[in-house]
Design a binder for this molecule. Sequence first.
Ligand SMILES: C[S@@+](CC[C@H](N)C(=O)[O-])C[C@H]1O[C@@H](n2cnc3c(N)ncnc32)[C@H](O)[C@@H]1O
Length: 151
Amino acid sequence: MRIIAVGRIGRGPEAELFARYAGRVRPALQLTELAEARGSTGEIRRREAEALLAALPASAFAVALDLGGSMPDTEAFAAQFGRWLEAGRPVCFLIGGAEGLDRAVLDRADAVLSLGRLTWPHMLARVMLAEQIFRARAIAAGHPYHRAGRP
Ligand SMILES: C[S@@+](CC[C@H](N)C(=O)[O-])C[C@H]1O[C@@H](n2cnc3c(N)ncnc32)[C@H](O)[C@@H]1O
């Protein structure tokens, strides 16, 4: 499984947090970073869309991260993610840059996932996604990391 994301995380707290969660995921969670494009808002979206789609394997099951996507709870996401993995296509999550994802990416996506109605910086979106992927795999494995329900 792979995250294909616009922007380079460099060093810093976001990189440390991403590594903390991504490093625990099995099978390994790969990261492909793409350069942020320049130009007008439309040009940025279009150029970043071209790069995202070029980095996406033709056989991939593409999951676009977008505010307009479905908003499953953690258990539903874990179940859905398990089915995507079992289907055998490489699962690739796509995260946009500051201007968001172009329509072309959303049209290619096999699923569109929202992390909630709040807009997050793209570097934090990648951290939150990595945590949820780790949590989903922990649920699938029966690992006690996820404590379901309220105390
Ligand atoms: C700063 S946001 C882009 C905001 C942009 N104005 C838009 O409406 O999409 C950068 C990227 O982070 C991801 N992102 C941020 N908040 C998100 C959320 N609540 N749900 C899903 N993805 C989110 C998306 O991939 C988005 O393209």
